[in-house]
Design a protein around this ligand. Structure first.
Ligand code: ADP
Ligand code: MG
Length: 309
């Protein structure tokens, strides 16, 4: 596609992130429906051009588990990224609307995300860096794919300052300043999978009276918020600092209560959530875990599942 801003017709706003917004658009010359991500930057023109060059790597990323890339361009001082539109949206919205996701479907999510992470790393040496339920998308064909991976070092640099609020999936070693490795993605995946299965973000406000960690329903004290731009309050109503302290100092979240989930799923999450990255399993090893074997052969109809919302 030869993409130009004037050829894109806005159909619908899909969401706002920390960095900008995402819209459903039609590329009028071809009739192709796309998702357009608009990232605001104050970067110098030379830096913006470098970002565009770096984004071109995405043209070479071809996997059933990775969102397709159609191209990127500059418009005003925005970086515009055109990608595959996923008509059933992101998993955070899906569980917030429909409640906890069935553990066998979470198994399919784990399989797809691990395949995507492994593809990016083994083939392109790309570490995703932002695994979370809003970056795992699905469509009505029953496909599950990951998006928004960190291909452009310059883009990561230029957004670093505004990069608050998505820190909640950060691994203990990252919070403590260690280098990013693919094991940090595994931690973020573990947190995301526990969140989908429980239907809530697994860290809780420890200052609240009741410990709801065994409550299958619950949104802690009704305030399941919040995407505050200042990054002060996170999901569960905690400040970022409290959350960081919990991630670093407290035992990792687990799939609980005992008995509600298959042991093998619980074990898998535990292996993703070892706090020591040396001990934590790598994506390649996790792909050989029994629960993933089970997910591969499990014949749930994901297309039928997506037709329920
Ligand atoms: P975040 O991932 O932090 O929520 P984004 O700006 O990346 O912020 O995306 C905003 C929302 O737009 C996402 O939560 C998701 O629901 C939706 N979205 C993003 N990309 C796509 C896509 N390719 N197809 C459909 N919906 C998308
Ligand atoms: Mg995103």
């Amino acid at each position: 596609y030869d993409l130009r801003n004037e050829d894109l017709k806005e159909l619908q706003e899909l969401g706002q992130g920390n960095l900008g917004s995402v819209k459903k658009v039609e590329h009028t010359p071809s009739g192709k429906i796309m998702a357009l991500k608009i990232v605001h930057t104050d970067a110098k023109p030379s830096v913006q051009k470098q970002i565009l060059r770096e984004l071109q790597v995405m043209h070479d990323c071809h996997s059933d588990y990775i969102i397709s890339f159609y191209g990127a361009f500059l418009a005003d001082s925005n970086i515009c990224i055109c990608m595959e539109f996923m008509d059933k949206g992101s998993l955070d919205r899906i569980y917030k609307k429909n409640g906890p996701i069935d553990i066998d479907i979470v198994g399919k999510v784990a399989l797809a995300a691990l395949e995507g992470i492994t593809y990016l790393y083994d083939v392109h040496r790309i570490i995703h860096r932002d695994i979370k339920p809003s970056n795992i998308l699905c469509n009505s064909a029953g496909q599950i794919k990951i998006c928004d991976f960190g291909v452009s070092g310059q883009l990561l640099n230029s957004i670093a300052e505004s990069f608050v609020g998505t820190t909640t999936y950060m691994s203990p070693e990252r919070i403590q300043g260690a280098h990013y490795t693919v094991k940090s993605d595994v931690w973020s995946l573990g947190i995301s999978l526990v969140e989908l299965a429980l239907g809530r973000f697994p860290f809780l406000d420890s200052s609240s009276d009741s410990d709801l960690s065994d409550n299958p329903e619950g949104h802690p004290q009704g305030k399941r918020k919040s995407k505050s731009k200042g990054g002060r309050l996170q999901d569960g109503g905690m400040s970022v600092l409290e959350l960081f302290q919990q991630i670093v100092n407290e035992p990792a979240p687990r799939l609980k209560p005992e008995g509600r989930f298959p042991r093998v799923a619980q074990e898998f999450m535990d292996y993703c959530l070892f706090k020591d990255p040396q001990v934590r399993w790598a994506p390649n090893d996790l792909l050989k875990h029994k629960w993933i074997d089970h997910a591969r052969t499990e014949t749930i109809d994901l297309e039928a599942w997506t037709s329920t919302f």
